[in-house]
Design a protein around this ligand. Structure first.
Ligand SMILES: Cc1cc2nc3c(=O)[nH]c(=O)nc-3n(C[C@H](O)[C@H](O)[C@H](O)COP(=O)(O)O)c2cc1C
Length: 266
């Protein structure tokens, strides 16, 4: 209770805040929207964000923390398509380090991604130490060699055997590990959403990224020594990982995928 405050002079009782509330927390009262008892607001911020007159405030999603969208230039259809399609997985990085400030900007966008019932709950471990990644590479290779994925090393990528090529982190100077509480039911889903935001934002900061699926596999093995190497707390689980750095090369074309496979039911 006392979750929302309403400026009665500004409120026109248009009910947009009530219609947009995913958790059915609000009802219309004689002085404007009111909170319904025994409901649970999950702080999505929709009620405050949708109000045309900024008449409603919500303790869980304060109006003062929201940004006015009126001057935001919308991407047109083509720009949006090119923006999404020009993201590439980067597997060749410059050795140049990425500043803590830039890495912070990157994960600060990742934290804004949609999550199950706005549960969020993703914490980031940002590894900026390439030597630590070299250690993690050696451990990962040992783990892969003893696993059903050993063919990846034996047959797949001879570059590792021949010249020590980093087939786990692709020579990236940074690794961002997403963790969540062990008991967060949608931890992996939330991490996929978060890290996808991160990957899409990275090129705007001049950065490249690549999902670290092989590393995820290795750190997911029971009692993996990688958990200790990266100081993952006992009560946390690793729910995703992405490598990050300045790309060495740039791509000149957008790639295509499999043909669209969709069924429309009318
Ligand atoms: C869950 C997941 C795991 C991945 N793991 C790896 C990985 O371990 N190493 C790697 O080089 N790329 C990895 N990738 C990148 C994919 O290979 C890549 O997204 C795909 O080939 C399409 O290329 P693009 O991302 O450049 O469009 C992974 C991607 C996803 C979504």
């Amino acid at each position: 209770m006392n979750l929302i405050t309403v400026n009665e002079e500004k409120c026109t009782k248009c009910e947009l805040c009530i219609k947009t509330c995913a958790a059915a927390v609000l009802k219309m009262g004689s002085h404007g929207p009111e909170e319904i008892e025994n409901t649970h607001c999950f702080a999505c911020g929709h009620c405050t964000a949708i109000c045309p007159n900024a008449a409603i405030d919500n303790k869980k999603s304060p109006l003062k923390d929201e940004i006015d969208l009126k001057d935001f230039p919308k991407l047109n259809e083509k720009q949006a398509e090119y923006f999404l399609r020009s993201r590439r997985s980067i597997r060749n990085y410059k050795t140049e380090p990425v500043s803590k400030e830039k890495l912070t900007k990157l994960i600060d966008i990742a934290r804004l991604a949609p999550t199950a019932a706005n549960s969020q709950g993703i914490s980031f471990v940002v590894v900026q130490n390439r030597q630590l990644l070299e250690q993690a590479l050696d451990i990962s290779i040992q783990l892969v060699e003893a696993s059903p994925l050993k063919h990846l090393i034996e047959e797949g990528d001879k570059r590792y055997k021949e010249d020590g090529y980093d087939l786990v982190f692709r020579g990236a100077p940074n690794l961002i590990i997403a963790t969540s509480d062990k008991n967060l039911p949608n931890g992996r889903d939330n991490a996929v959403s978060s890290l996808t935001y991160l990957e899409l934002y990275a090129p705007s900061l001049g950065l490249g990224s690549c999902w670290a699926g092989l590393f995820e596999y290795c750190i997911g093995i029971e009692n993996s020594p990688l958990l200790k190497l990266f100081n993952i707390p006992e009560d946390k689980k690793v729910v995703g990982a992405v490598m990050v750095g300045y790309p060495k090369y740039s791509y000149k074309r957008l790639v295509d995928r499999n043909p669209l496979d969709a069924t429309f039911i009318e």
